[in-house]
Design a protein around this ligand. Structure first.
Ligand code: ZN
Length: 287
């Protein structure tokens, strides 16, 4: 039962992520194009709200607002057979995909926390609830960054800053509960930030972007040392491999940009869940 509720909750959060990804990336694109058009600023009070808080979803093509029954996660997409009710253009497959993945992720995170006996014996009552919430929302932030960077090559600020706030909350909640404070979380965040900052400065922003620097901070804050090293190794390795494959298959040219955020997210997830196992079973040791 709780799995079902979490799955439904995930679908709704996923639907919200879609709006966030779409609006924030389009806002970013229009910001760089016409940053001087401040005249229209006061036209609509709505525009002062952050992009993700502005009203309901609408169709990407005809911009018609969706009624509530066309805005139900997953089900509406199936009922409409993937087409807009008014203009009959295709609804991007990304929408139901993100919704489904968020739902899946929510049940998966709960399962992982629950099967980790340590977790529910250590975290009782309020703190287990808080920690579950933190993990669920962190997962949602990671997914939003992953999808937005693949699709629009943009790391949404609200997702990365939301993640950072959740990271601090997690440190606080862990500290309140275990009485231990892992200092390496802060130094890893700082170290990763400086590392990416120097990368951006050296490559003059051609390889990495500002978004990657912010994401590096988040990674360090979540992972700490030594997991951050493993995550970054994984990110650079898989990034290089996928990059070579894309160039060889002529999907991308040598000069084209490949979003690095998704590899950083993949590295974070891998380090988060597999680091202990890898160290134990493969004898991986840090220099
Ligand atoms: Zn439409």
């Amino acid at each position: 039962m709780i799995y079902f509720i979490l799955f439904i909750l995930g679908l709704c959060i996923g639907s919200f992520l879609n709006v966030l990804i779409y609006r924030e990336s389009h806002e970013e694109a229009s910001k760089t194009k016409k940053s001087k058009s401040k005249k229209n600023r006061f036209k609509n009070l709505n525009q002062h709200l952050p992009s993700w808080a502005q009203g309901r979803s609408y169709c990407d093509h005809c911009h018609k607002k969706l009624s509530w029954y066309d805005n139900i996660p997953l089900l509406s997409y199936i009922a409409l057979k993937g087409k807009c009710r008014s203009c009959h253009k295709k609804i991007p497959f990304q929408y139901p995909l993100v919704e489904f993945l968020t739902g899946l992720q929510f049940t998966w995170i709960y399962f992982l926390l629950k099967s980790n006996l340590n977790f529910f014996s250590r975290f009782e009552g309020f703190y287990s609830f808080l920690t579950l919430g933190i993990y669920l929302l962190l997962g949602a932030c990671f997914l939003a960054i992953f999808m937005a960077d693949i699709k629009y090559q943009i790391i949404p600020d609200s997702a990365v800053f939301g993640g950072i706030i959740l990271g601090f909350l997690k440190i606080f909640s862990d500290y309140r509960f275990t009485g231990m404070l892992d200092i390496s979380l802060f130094s890893s965040a700082l170290g990763a930030t400086l590392f990416f900052l120097s990368l951006v400065l050296i490559t003059k922003g051609k390889g990495m972007g500002i978004g990657d620097i912010k994401l590096a901070f988040l990674m360090g804050l979540i992972l700490g040392y030594p997991k951050i090293i493993m995550a970054l190794l994984f990110a650079f390795l898989t990034g290089a491999i996928v990059g070579v494959i894309l160039v060889l298959t002529k999907e991308k040219s040598l000069k084209s940009k490949i979003a690095f955020g998704p590899f950083m997210i993949a590295g974070t997830i891998t380090a988060l869940f597999l680091a202990d196992w890898i160290i134990k079973n493969l004898g991986f040791s840090y220099f």
